[in-house]
Design a protein around this ligand. Structure first.
Ligand SMILES: [Zn+2]
Length: 378
């Protein structure tokens, strides 16, 4: 049996991820970093011990239960009539894989999963996911795990893609406003032309302001700090959308801003707009039906300089959103959208590392679905 497996391993027919070269001291267990933790969440309590040497099969069982890897697979070889492949130990870093008893075809356990594109072993991948949830810089994670930085960067990139796709596919879930005290009051503004940059005294003046590439529409609830927010870079409707919907070819920035506000504000909300913004200014926003719109300038009349409550509140509200707006200015459009989406995802799903870990695993399965248990023979 062992011999049989070894001969199969030498067959080059099946793409096996190009994995990290075994450490020079293979007898030592792979690093499980104590610095990577989700503070008593699912990772600490259910997953971490699966990363111990010898628990590889249990780790795979957990990955299958979480639908992060396939839980069954059929043989893609024509003559095998989709015969189920067998789960077996293999002489690879993953230690397990799928094998056909008849044609000896092998499939990697990562096939079609989020791990297919990564170049490091599963135990490291899991730790990198937690580290991403903790928002640790990839360089630091690489040193914690004693691995190459570009391995971590790749995993981070994939996770960011998942958040980007999630926000794009579920943008309608970001519905602001509603009932409760002040719950229905929303502030709409835009960066960099609106009011949100006006009162901020602690923004470092050293930050270059001459490279403003992206106009960001921001909607924030005033009822809590940090506020719930929705943000969108205006003028980034994808080419694909434009092609399929002729009417959108004429899609103006004002229409886009108003459409975003209408989509992400609960009906009946009170919108506070200003007159400085280029697109979502008071004059434009008050055209929106179903909302009461107040100009910020009118509110400021009731906010004497000695009190300055409104300015203070606005400053507090925008404190969180302003950083990301500044950060994405110098990026190319795709990267700016990507970073903004990750930011929105983290604000909603990463209030704690434990929440982030559970959420990202769930969202990974949404975008890495195994449509069928069989694989194509391509
Ligand atoms: Zn077969």
């Amino acid at each position: 049996m062992t011999l049989d497996l070894e001969t199969q391993i030498d067959q080059p027919e099946q793409a096996v991820p190009e994995l990290v070269k075994p450490s020079r001291t293979p007898s030592l267990p792979k690093v499980i970093s104590d610095k990577i933790t989700d503070d008593g969440g699912t990772y600490d309590t259910n997953v971490k011990h699966l990363l111990q040497p010898g628990n590889e099969n249990d780790l795979c069982t957990w990955l299958k239960d979480m639908r992060l890897i396939r839980s069954s697979m059929n043989c893609p070889t024509e003559g095998c009539n989709e015969k189920p492949l067998l789960w077996r130990t293999v002489r690879q870093v993953d230690k397990y894989g799928w094998t056909c008893n008849d044609c000896k075809k092998r499939q990697a356990l990562r096939d079609g999963s989020i791990f297919q594109q990564t170049k490091c072993d599963l135990k490291h991948c899991i730790q990198m996911i937690v580290a991403w949830c903790m928002d640790i810089p990839y360089e630091t994670v690489a040193s914690y795990l004693d691995t190459k930085q570009h391995f971590v960067r790749k995993v981070y990139e994939i996770l960011t893609q998942v958040t980007e796709q999630y926000v794009e596919a579920h943008s309608n879930e970001w519905l602001l406003g509603g009932t409760g005290p002040n719950g229905n009051i929303l502030i709409v503004d835009e960066f960099p032309t609106g009011c949100m940059t006006e009162n901020l005294i602690d923004v470092p003046k050293t930050k270059k302001r001459n490279n403003q590439n992206h106009t960001v529409l921001c909607i924030a609830e005033v009822s809590q700090v940090p506020p719930r927010m929705w943000m969108r870079i205006l003028g980034t409707k994808s080419e694909k959308t434009l092609k399929t919907q002729e009417i959108l070819k004429q899609y103006g920035m004002v229409e886009e801003a108003l459409n975003e506000i209408g989509t992400h504000s609960a009906p009946g909300s009170i919108l506070i707009a200003n007159r400085r913004a280029r697109y979502c200014n008071y004059e434009n926003v008050k055209e929106l039906k179903g909302f009461k719109v107040i100009g910020i300038e009118e509110l400021q009349i009731h906010d004497p300089p000695e009190k300055n409550e409104l300015s203070f509140n606005l400053e507090t509200i925008w404190q969180t959103g302003l950083g990301i707006c500044e950060d994405i200015q110098s990026l190319a459009q795709d990267n700016a959208v990507r970073d903004l989406h990750e930011y929105l995802w983290r604000r909603r799903f990463a209030k704690t590392t434990a929440q982030a870990f559970n959420s990202i695993l769930q969202h990974i399965t949404e975008f890495y679905q195994f449509s069928s248990d069989s694989v194509s023979s391509s």
